[in-house]
Design a protein around this ligand. Structure first.
Ligand code: AMP
Length: 142
């Protein structure tokens, strides 16, 4: 398997070299807003552990990560007033992966509303900041 690339964009976000709209951070996990959201409130949840994708992730890291994915999914659904949530995870280029640090997409969904096709337009930074704030508040109330 291709080794982990420390210069991928999410590794740079983890090192604080480029900014993100943070939703949650603990010693194992970071969650932040996707800058090209395929639905309002689209978040990404990543481990701090250097996994390229699902296929090389330590199972214990993955177990902790999925618990955080559930928390972010509940909070994003509640914060955005959504009807449901779609999770996506792509591994390797053939699987649709573009950024090679393991991430789960958390997409709030509304009855009868399609997701944007990829690539979606870049979101307004103010919109992402407001949605992140709402999701953080919902997380605090879980
Ligand atoms: P994929 O690797 O196909 O699962 O998707 C990578 C996702 O990362 C896409 O949904 C992008 O919109 C998103 N993305 C790329 N760069 C950034 C960034 N700097 N901040 C937040 N999201 C990003």
């Amino acid at each position: 398997m291709t080794p982990y690339d420390t210069q991928n964009i999410f590794a740079k976000i983890l090192r604080g070299e480029i900014p993100c709209h943070r939703v949650h951070e603990d010693d194992q996990t970071l969650a932040f807003m996707d800058i090209m959201p395929r639905a309002p409130g689209h978040c990404l949840v990543i481990p701090k552990w250097p996994a390229r994708n699902l296929l090389d992730c330590d199972p214990d890291v993955l177990a902790g990560l999925i618990v955080q994915v559930q928390r972010i999914a509940k909070a994003a659904k509640q914060a955005l007033g959504a009807d449901g949530v779609t999770l996506q995870q792509f591994s390797e280029s053939a699987g649709g992966q573009e950024v090679f640090h393991l991430h789960f997409h958390v997409l709030p969904r509304w009855d009868g509303v399609m997701m944007h096709r990829h690539p979606a337009p870049k979101a307004e930074m103010q919109t992402l900041a407001e949605q992140a704030e709402k999701i953080r508040a919902a997380l605090a109330a879980l």
